[in-house]
Design a protein around this ligand. Structure first.
Ligand code: 6PG
Length: 250
């Protein structure tokens, strides 16, 4: 059994500060050890503030941005300029304000048809991480009210352990496809950090952390890093119905 690191912060601002500090720490460690830092960003609204903080003092100056490589855990299949694009959100809040070389920013290529975009991204990741026992040094993830994470939604066949590293999923409710990395990619990361904020996430958080292991129903449960660490950064509102006495283990 592996412990799960659960940190509860008073509000979303302190949670975002902790996530920015985690980025700084992991970047420093990876660059010291291997000369580069590979991070997967998540979409959704929760990490926006973290990205803004990273683009501002004092965090901005604490990262050597030149050897940083930026990836995404999932993406909506919309043009890069579309406001729903996770890459666009990260560009607006972070990447336009820090000196990461353009060639080291690796958005999911959503100008391609979804299945091709997934294949192309999988090829890129497999090439990148071919020599390494780990994938990302750090992967940020979010949690949906239905227990989804990245674009791994309840019932998704990608949750049943297939070989693909990236898959396309059509979302009828949104009328668009998404591309998502699969659990096995996240599970080979050095650190996976979930950021969860708000009372509307409390029930989902409780079910994921305290419910039986049923990843097809609660996709976030499929994230169990093999050798890396799993960190949950949550605010008090999201933690509202957690059992305070329960040790969380994988
Ligand atoms: C996305 C995500 C998704 C997100 C959760 C939580 O692109 O939307 O990757 O998994 O992290 O839906 O979203 P919020 O942070 O907006 O609650």
């Amino acid at each position: 059994m592996k412990p799960v690191h659960l940190h509860i912060y008073p509000d979303s601002e302190t949670l975002s500060q902790a996530a920015a500090a985690l980025f700084v720490e992991k970047a420093g460690q990876a660059i010291k050890a291997r000369g580069c830092f590979h991070v997967a960003l998540s979409g959704g609204s929760t990490p926006k503030r973290t990205y803004e903080l990273l683009a501002s003092p004092p965090y901005r100056e604490q990262v050597n941005w030149l050897p940083v490589h930026i990836f995404w855990g999932d993406e909506r299949c919309v043009p890069l300029i579309d406001l729903r694009s996770n890459a666009r959100m990260a560009r607006d809040t972070l990447l336009e304000r820090v000196p990461v070389p353009e060639g080291q920013v690796h958005p999911i290529p959503c100008h391609l048809p979804p299945a091709e975009a997934a294949r192309a991204y999988e090829d890129l990741l497999r090439r990148f991480f071919a020599e390494s026992p780990y994938t990302f040094d750090l992967a940020f993830l979010g949690l949906g009210q239905d227990g989804h994470t990245a674009s791994l939604f309840p019932g998704d066949p990608a949750l049943s352990g297939q070989d693909s590293w990236a898959v396309a999923v059509f979302r009828a409710d949104e009328g668009l496809s998404r591309v998502t990395l699969t659990p096995q990619v996240f599970n080979r990361a050095g650190t996976v950090a979930f950021l969860v904020s708000g009372r509307d996430k409390a029930q989902a958080l409780q079910e994921v952390l305290e419910g039986d292991y049923e990843p097809l129903r609660r996709p976030a449960q499929a994230i169990r890093p093999e050798k890396g660490e799993l960190v949950w950064l949550v605010d008090q509102a999201a933690a509202a119905v957690l059992d305070p006495d329960r040790p969380f283990v994988l």
